[in-house]
Ligand binder design. Structure first.
Ligand code: NAD
Length: 265
């Protein structure tokens, strides 16, 4: 698979370059950054801390999509619109990890998925995807006597909250209970909030240091509490899942797929 990486100088971008260069069956064909990036022209592999690959950071999105079989996007929501449009125009598969998408950005992704293969996941770790499956199952088994709270912590540089993964866990819990997440989610509590409403799904966000990503789903009832927790200790984990998804795209029909599809969960 010929793989291109947009946002290749970012924290995840560098991990993705390293993972692509060291995974059998993958050929890295290039990477882009935005037009003002100080990394334009830098060696892709050297940025990722490995031997020179003879490829340099570019800014021509359409050229990258035209050459690649699949492009991996861990960038910014605004950039994702252009990347989704470029995927549709060139017929290139897209593996999307960017989180915090608004309605317009999500619509662009869904538009692209009408004509190309798109994998979109808020979290590419195998463990978190298992956590989502377990959360859905437990939420379906436990009634509203068990209050569901989702707690996440990430590094100080993260710009969106709650994390895409926390929201996906909330969605999994709502699906398990057969309710609409919008109607029950409690995303911010401050001041005199009154008592907790039965059936609500609460979110709490912590930010600090270099925490890669921690998520807990808490089911709290009178007399007992069940907690499911996942802790990521390396970003390489997400890169591995994204490159695995890129390889999975080969020969798949157009459509919007999740990591659960890739893992066969
Ligand atoms: P980062 O800021 O380090 O990297 C983003 C990169 O994208 C930057 O280098 C930036 O210059 C580049 N970029 C911005 N606009 C661009 C454009 N138009 N074309 C090409 N490149 C462009 O951020 P990060 O920590 O690497 O995270 C990136 C995204 O991935 C975030 O949304 C984050 O939440 C998400 N993320 C998802 C997962 C997952 O498993 N789904 C895991 C980690 C991070």
């Amino acid at each position: 698979m010929k793989i291109g990486i947009v946002g290749c100088a970012g924290r995840m971008g560098r991990m993705l370059v390293a993972e692509t260069l060291t995974t059998d069956g993958c050929a890295l064909i290039g990477g882009t950054e935005h037009a003002e990036s100080p990394f334009l022209g830098a060696d892709l592999a050297a940025l990722a801390g490995i031997d020179n690959a003879g490829l340099h950071v570019g800014s021509d999105t359409n050229a990258l999509f035209a050459e690649a079989d699949v492009v991996i996007d861990f960038t910014l929501p605004q950039a994702t619109i252009d990347h989704a449009d470029a995927a549709a125009k060139s017929g290139t598969a897209l593996v999307l990890g960017t989180t915090g998408l608004g309605v317009a950005e999500q619509m662009a992704v869904e538009r692209a998925a009408e004509s190309v293969t798109v994998v979109q996941a808020a979290n590419y770790s195998v463990g978190v995807n298992l956590l989502m499956a377990l959360t859905k199952q437990m939420a379906g088994l436990l009634d509203n006597d068990y209050d569901i709270e989702i707690v996440e912590m990430h590094h100080r540089h993260k710009v969106d909250a709650p994390s895409g993964t926390a929201l996906a866990l909330g969605q999994a819990a709502a699906d398990g209970r057969g309710v609409d997440l919008q109607g029950v989610s409690e995303r911010v509590r401050d001041g005199h909030t009154g008592e907790r409403t039965p059936g609500d799904i609460g979110f709490a966000t912590l930010r600090g240091g270099d925490v890669v990503g921690e998520h807990s789903v808490i089911f709290a009832a009178d007399g007992e509490r069940i907690e499911l927790t996942h802790k990521a200790s390396s970003r390489a984990l997400f890169a591995r899942g994204a490159v695995r998804s890129a390889l999975w795209c080969e020969g798949k029909p157009a459509g919007l797929y999740s990591m659960a599809d890739v893992l066969g969960l």
